[in-house]
Design a protein around this ligand. Sequence first.
Ligand code: ZN
Length: 498
Amino acid sequence: MSTGIYIYNSLSRQKEEFKPIKPPFVGLYLCGPTVYGEPHLGHARSALTFDVVVRYLRHKGYKVRYVRNITDVGHLVNDADEGEDKIAKKARLEQLEPMEVAQHYANKYHEYIGALNTLPPSIEPQASGHIIEQLKMTQTIMDAGLAYEVEGSVYFDVMKYNEQHHYGKLSGRVLEDLQASERSLEGQDIKRNKADFALWKKAEPQHIMRWPSPWGEGFPGWHIECSAMSSKYLGETFDIHGGGMDLLFPHHECEIAQSVAACGHEPAKYWMHNNMITLNGQKMGKSLGNAIDLHQFFTGTHPLLERAYSPMTIRFFVLQSHYRSTLDFTNEALQASEKGYNRLMAVNKYAKTMVYPAATGPINTDLDAEIAKVCAQLDEYMSDDFNTAQTLAALFELTAKLNSLKDGHIAANTLSADTFALLKEKFVVFVEEVLGLKDEDAASDSGVTDGLMQLVIDIRKGSREKKDYATSDKIRDALAALKIQLNDGKDGTGWSHL
Ligand code: ZN
């Protein structure tokens, strides 16, 4: 059966029709953060890309099990097999327990990524909570003859694997080139070949995060966690594996090799990778020293930022480009996003409350057809490899129509009742449910706040008229404690957040 949804598969390097293995169920695994630093714009792009994938698939009726892991062990400083563990290093520098570091930044990740209105994952496994599964998979790969132990560490035998399988099929890297180009790093001489990667690493005496294993005390390699956890929660073969482009090699290439070695087949049917964020054409990243943290965006506290940008402005900014394009950060682009977001949400508010007039006149069938066409495009664009950029452009076409309706340039009864209902429904669903944009204006977040504030303002007005200043002062002070300010004007009293 045709789903009509097309995904660019990094494995085949082309768009393929999405065919879930067991519809209506869809398994999606996203490589989550290594929790050793503040979440930044790169984290946001990955989380938002796959948030929209999950949202759209659910909108289409699929039951998505969305697994996003937390890497709290095994990710070494240079992304290869040498150097200190990223989290252990931070713990040493800050004199904290490694798990304190991991928890601290996992909390930050949840707070800031959550502020972007991302849906929580269905399951969020931590690498340190799945040591047994990782040991088991390592053993299975050894039993298959594709891994070997040396001095308490276990390495994946890439050369041997490549005799029967294709190491490099995802990234397009050629093993011979890898063998020649791998940098010579301390300790690598114990590996049989330069391209071999660690499944288990022996813990040196000073290493804090360590677990017992058949090969002595140590810790898992970085790549094995995702293979062990994805197969545990989604099965040996699942639908979609996602992550940032920077994870394509070596992380995802190694994941494929591990699954093939342990289970005899690849882990995922579709591999999706979001592109990077650039700053003046340069890749933005923690390791490059030019990453801007999300809290710096929200507060405007970074030398490159002209001012603060709200979470929904960031969300809109990210969704304005297709996930496979690079996204260049500039203050101008963010300010344009803020304007676009505000325009869209103002119209969304109107769309939610507009009602079809009772009296109908002659229907403008051209306008009907035009609106129905753009409404259909919303699905077409999202089904075309989750093209949020084009979907937003279509929403802006509808925005123009909705504004004309609002201003009376188009009389509502020139549309058929069906088209009017379609326009209203599609617009709100795509803005809120599919693209996950929410109204940031706290005053209108539910209508309840507005109503309650009006009640408080009326009580205060009444008490002042009765010269009951104790009550009116009490109201003012209590609101000030909630960081709400009342503004008295000649047309009445308004309120704002301090
Ligand atoms: Zn991963």
